[in-house]
Design a protein around this ligand. Structure first.
Ligand SMILES: [Zn+2]
Ligand SMILES: [Zn+2]
Length: 355
């Protein structure tokens, strides 16, 4: 059933939320109407809401870009299908898309940012059908949990692809216990890394990661980068793994201390993936890259064609969503934002529509 309107939690201006009823946009030939099962709350939403990061569409708009749901209107061949809506939807036609880098298409659209006033903290959303990821048989996994695949799980996967992570590698995850980092940790292990070393200052969450992909964990609080590096070396030595070359470092925090540590861990023929976003500057002697024959790679989102591989990992248990996700009614959005902003959430929250 195509609804006559969309119920939503709009951001009339940064820092404010208001319930609103907005028109359903006119459908173009490829479009579908998705009845939203859940929308994950991402740090990016908080940066628009609290930190003055501008959205492409000026407010009022609805935030939210981690969406799963069921197609209820539009393209007939998709009606009734369960889907994950990619967080960044490419144009599919430009030279960047055609070169296989569609995740950074310059014409890309992002729900809750650049898709007009429409976002995921809503009852429904209208999106193009071409790049939707259809959900296969999902067993007992709730559809709303799969919303986090749209960003928090696919972004780490793409980072691992860019790092050419393979069986036998040493992966180091900085921010290993965070909302995206916990999935980075699981993804690295799920893709066959010989050792995943998790680094995080949240001791409780860090210890939990030893059951979810981390072979060895380090809390860097009160330790110098050199001391952390020695601990990594010591662990690698104990496992018969390379102690001074080839490490693949994933920096997920976007913080200055996290980035400084990541750079300190970059060594011979190593790779550093910049996955997290922050606005502070970090300095580095770039010539070290030359001397190390090392790589520094930025990574953004994930091409839609890789989503099925990530969903498969989530559904076969290589990546566990349940322990890292909790659902709350969408009407609690203001409280959830506040708690997320103050670091009071233990898990990534998925808001389920209760209009
Ligand atoms: Zn996000
Ligand atoms: Zn494009």
């Amino acid at each position: 059933m195509i609804p006559s309107h969309i119920d939503t939690w709009q951001m009339p201006e940064p820092g404010k939320l208001a319930r609103a009823r907005i028109p359903l946009p006119a459908l173009k030939p490829d479009d579908v109407v998705v009845k939203i099962a859940g929308c994950g709350v991402c740090h990016t939403d908080l940066s628009y809401f609290y930190m003055g990061v501008p959205t492409v569409q000026k407010p009022p708009l609805s935030l939210g870009h981690e969406i799963s749901g069921v197609v209820v209107g539009g393209r007939a061949d998709l009606i009734g299908k369960e889907v994950v809506v990619p967080a960044v939807i490419p144009c599919g036609e430009c030279p960047i898309c055609r070169s296989g880098r569609s995740n950074r298409c310059l014409a890309q659209q992002m729900p809750g940012n650049s898709m007009g006033i429409y976002g995921g903290f809503s009852s429904h959303i209208v999106v193009g059908g071409r790049f939707l990821c259809q959900v296969p048989e999902r067993g007992a996994t709730p559809l709303e949990h799969l919303s986090v695949v749209a960003d928090a799980v696919t972004t780490p996967y793409q980072a691992a692809v860019r790092a050419e992570l393979k069986a036998g590698d040493v992966a180091i995850v900085i921010g290993a216990a965070g909302g995206v980092g916990s999935f980075m940790t699981q993804t690295a292990k799920g893709m066959g890394a010989a050792a995943v070393i998790g680094i995080d200052i949240n001791e409780e969450k860090l210890q939990m990661m030893t059951g979810y992909g981390a072979d060895f964990v380090i809390n860097p609080r009160g330790k110098s980068a050199k001391e952390v590096k020695e601990l990594v070396k010591g662990y690698c030595k104990s496992q018969g793994l390379p102690t001074n070359y080839g490490w693949k470092v994933f920096e997920v925090t976007g913080s200055k201390p996290g980035q400084e540590l990541a750079l300190a861990l970059l060594s011979f023929v190593g790779t550093l993936l910049v996955v997290g976003y922050g606005t502070e500057e970090t300095s580095y002697m770039l010539s070290k890259l030359m001397a190390f024959d090392a790589q520094l790679i930025g990574t953004w989102g994930c091409p839609p064609e890789r989503y099925p591989e990530v969903l498969a990992m989530c559904l076969d248990g290589r990546i566990q969503l349940g322990p890292f996700v909790e659902t709350r009614p969408m009407s609690t959005i203001a409280q959830v934002f506040e708690q997320a902003h103050h670091g009071e959430l233990k898990r990534r929250v998925v808001l389920t529509p209760d209009f």
